[in-house]
Design a protein around this ligand. Structure first.
Ligand code: GTR
Length: 411
């Protein structure tokens, strides 16, 4: 007999009938067993309880922001997109050390004298991958090799330009009056298991590996989004009170945690974020805690591995992550064929976070049952399932903007 796990345990659950029975904590019940009394009780007692559990057991605690914001505007033009848009490229120092790591933020803004609401979203292959603008700097940080995308020997080539443009309908975003700010997630922490030797971690720990309750890569990327927000909030061209944290997949997990850790984000949009994002872990549907911790040991804090094959013992689940974002607008987006990310589990998280929105006196999720494909529910806590697979498409952005028009822009 081999010592491998029994086949049953390694089988991916793709059938509702195989989802184990599970119990979800009531986000409105405090650790001492009493109901949350009012908004203040939520803010001062219950929310911090939930927050701490996520920090200690799931994503890991990140260090505070640097003392001061240091940045350099590296490039600026008012003639981007045939004169339609402004482009800014800003190097943001991630530590107080001028020789330390830098986050390169690319910003496009519609031409107006008014500060604009802006989407902030990290990207997977560097700023130059989002469009064919030859003025955008190629990334210099480590990149995952991908010949098709124009990455060789972990370095960008000219071929990288625009290789992810289908996910970034920049002109459409500008035409609707929104700004777009993006940065390469690998500027903050390279996405491979390097024992936290590279990226931001060693600058805060004197080179030591994070403790079991300290930040993994998702927490580092989220922390980096906050550093971008530090900059955007002092940029007069951007409406710093209307910056929306958005992300796809692992960066959707990141966008949610950024929204939970930093209440300056006006709203959060997660796309196909799945396990460790919007999907309930206890369903164990598609990607499980064990699989994610095995394939990506650097994403979460080490304490999270305690729940490998033992999701039922989790002291929190992902509906409470969304509850941490309340009462701010939050849109959870799934894709029908992206079963690995458990669309239903993503819907259920929103549904079970909804009572917190309502408790705080705002609109919750306006759907008791999972909506049909391509029937977006764009309430303040919203949910959409799109036809097709794991991806970001222009139609997704259309929905993000419809959602932002309703809940962010005019407020
Ligand atoms: C997958 C991973 C998912 C999701 C995805 C992505 O391999 O299992 O959790 O994050 O990657 O980021 O594209």
């Amino acid at each position: 007999m081999s010592s491998a796990l029994p086949a049953q345990q390694d089988k991916v659950i793709y059938d509702e009938a195989d989802v184990p029975g599970y119990f979800l904590q009531d986000p409105l019940l405090k650790g001492d067993g009493h109901d949350v009394k009012d908004a203040e009780d939520w803010e001062k007692v219950r929310r911090p309880e939930i927050f701490k559990l996520f920090e200690d057991m799931v994503y890991g605690k990140a260090p505070p922001a640097p003392e001061k914001i240091h940045f350099k505007v590296k490039e600026s033009s008012d003639e981007a997109y045939d004169g339609k848009a402004k482009r800014r490229q800003v190097a943001i120092q991630l530590t107080d050390d001028p020789d330390g790591p830098v986050l390169n933020l690319l910003i496009y803004l519609p031409k107006t004298d008014q500060p604009v609401p802006t989407f902030l979203a990290l990207n997977f292959y560097g700023n130059a991958s989002i469009n064919n603008d030859p003025a955008v700097f190629l990334p210099t940080s480590w990149l995952r090799d991908n010949k098709e995308k124009g990455v060789e020997n972990h370095k960008a080539t000219e071929k990288l330009r625009g290789s992810s443009s289908s996910r970034w309908p920049v002109e459409m975003i500008l035409d609707k009056g929104y700004g777009l700010a993006t940065a390469y997630y690998g500027d903050i922490d390279p996405d491979f298991d390097d024992g936290f030797e590279n990226g931001i971690h060693p600058f805060f720990s004197g080179g030591a590996k994070p403790k079991p309750s300290e930040w993994g890569s998702i927490a580092a990327w989220a922390w980096g989004m906050s550093r971008a927000l530090d900059y955007l909030q002092q940029d007069k061209e951007v409406d710093g009170s209307k910056v929306i944290s958005m992300g796809h997949s692992r960066l959707g997990k990141t966008a949610l945690w950024a929204g939970a850790t930093d209440s300056r984000f006006a709203a959060v949009i997660s796309n196909n974020s799945g396990c460790g994002g919007a999907a309930l872990s206890k369903r164990a549907f598609g990607e499980t805690v064990k699989r994610i911790n095995t394939n990506f040991p650097h994403w979460f804090c080490d304490n999270f591995t305690q729940y490998n094959d033992w999701e039922k013992a989790l002291p929190v689940d992902q509906h409470e992550l969304i509850a941490l974002i309340a009462p701010r607008p939050c849109l959870v987006c799934s894709a029908e064929e992206d079963r690995w990310a458990d669309p239903r589990g993503e819907f259920l998280s929103a549904k079970h976070a909804s009572p917190v929105y309502e408790f705080l006196g705002v609109e919750g999720l306006k759907a008791d049952e999972m909506p049909a494909v391509d029937q977006p529910v764009l309430s303040r806590l919203g949910y959409v399932i799109r036809a097709g697979g794991h991806d970001v498409k222009p139609i997704d952005w259309q929905r993000y903007m419809e959602f932002a028009d309703a809940h962010v822009r005019g407020k």
